[in-house]
Design a protein around this ligand. Structure first.
Ligand code: PEP
Ligand code: MN
Length: 338
């Protein structure tokens, strides 16, 4: 349920509604808006006795939220969420580029990548220190040492860090090193990890599970939001289908329904979505045209010798060409590349 307060509601009147909700054993989520405050309610297993709230001063309206996800829904919050990071905002009208290698491989390649991004005005870099690999014999990432390299790159270039959190064990270290915490496709329904991300003080990029429906994905986002972290960014990275011409099927058709059903921003990862670097630029441009709020994209100083996902990584020159094309397409679409 959503309690909509009158536009002139005083802080005391809002507090009274919050207290009444808590007295009912439920959790209030105040959402100050440009014209009025709304208060989302979660925690109920059955119907809420609306009369107890309707009679309180300055309550304007009570709206039942019909979707199973509440805090993630447009019904609960009509305005698009704009997420602030120290480097770049994520959410309309921005189109936010996050680029970098699949993995932290060594200090030199991370510094080179960060410097290249900074020189092109790109302020967020991705790179995994903890890597979820299909094979236990593949490179598993540099772990804590990788996080230290990322921290150094951030200190030296000012570029913000996006890095994956794979397990609760390393949550404190990843939260400390990251400007945005990535949760990967394989962990989309790792509920203990989602609950931990809900307690994090950093925004979370939640990738879509490789066979998750839109509702399952938004329910996963709901875990993080319900835990108290309002800063969730969705990321479409391709789903499993019968197609074998690409690594995954990049489901750009999910963007319009995400925008209709949720206020959360959505990024697209055309690298994991296609698995082949030649397919990355066209799908990146298509993501912008389809209404995505940005890209999570793999680039590498020497893709042919990358320790993971080289086949889908752009080299710096190809990335620069893509950036030019994105900037040209963004303007008529009313989007600003950040
Ligand atoms: C990644 O971003 O490097 C990654 C492992 O992504 P995904 O979880 O989408 O496979
Ligand atoms: Mn990768």
């Amino acid at each position: 349920m959503l309690v909509v307060m009158r536009s002139h509601a005083s802080p005391d009147q809002i507090d009274r509604v919050l207290a009444a909700i808590r007295d009912m054993g439920l959790t209030p989520h105040p959402m100050p808006g440009p014209t009025r405050t709304a208060i989302g309610i979660t925690g109920n297993t059955g119907a809420i006795d609306a009369n107890l709230l309707a009679v309180l001063p300055a309550v304007s309206e009570l709206i039942r939220v019909t979707k199973p996800y509440k805090l993630a829904s447009r019904e609960m919050k009509g305005e698009d969420t704009l997420i602030q990071t120290p480097m770049a905002p994520i959410g309309p009208p921005n189109f936010t580029i996050i680029a970098g290698p699949c993995s932290v491989e060594n200090e030199e390649m991370i510094l080179r990548t960060a410097e290249h991004l900074a020189s092109r005005g790109i302020t967020l870099m991705r790179a995994g220190a903890f890597k979820p690999r299909s094979s236990p014999y593949s490179f598993q990432g540099m772990g804590l040492e990788g996080l230290a390299i990322l921290a150094k790159a951030r200190a030296r270039t000012g570029v913000g860090i996006v890095t994956e959190l794979m397990d609760t064990e390393n949550a404190d270290a990843v939260e400390e090193a990251a400007d945005l915490i990535q949760i990967g496709t394989r962990n989309m329904q790792n509920f203990s990890l989602l609950k931990r991300a809900g307690k994090a003080r950093k925004p979370v990029i939640l990738k879509r599970g490789m066979s998750a429906t839109l509702e399952e994905w938004l329910m996963a986002a709901e875990y993080i939001l319900a835990g108290g972290n309002r800063d969730v960014v969705l990321c479409e990275r391709g789903v499993r289908t019968f197609s074998d011409h690409s690594r995954n099927t990049l489901d750009l058709s999910v963007i319009p329904p995400v925008k209709a059903l949720s206020h959360l921003p959505i990024l697209v990862d055309p690298s994991h979505g296609t698995g082949k670097r030649a397919f990355v630029p066209p799908m990146a441009l298509a993501a912008l045209a389809a209404g995505a709020d940005g890209l999570l994209i793999e680039i590498h100083p020497d893709p042919d010798h990358a320790m993971s996902d080289g086949a889908q990584s752009l080299d710096f020159a190809a990335f620069d060409r893509l950036l030019e094309d994105l900037r040209r397409l963004a303007e008529p679409l009313g989007r600003t590349i950040v």
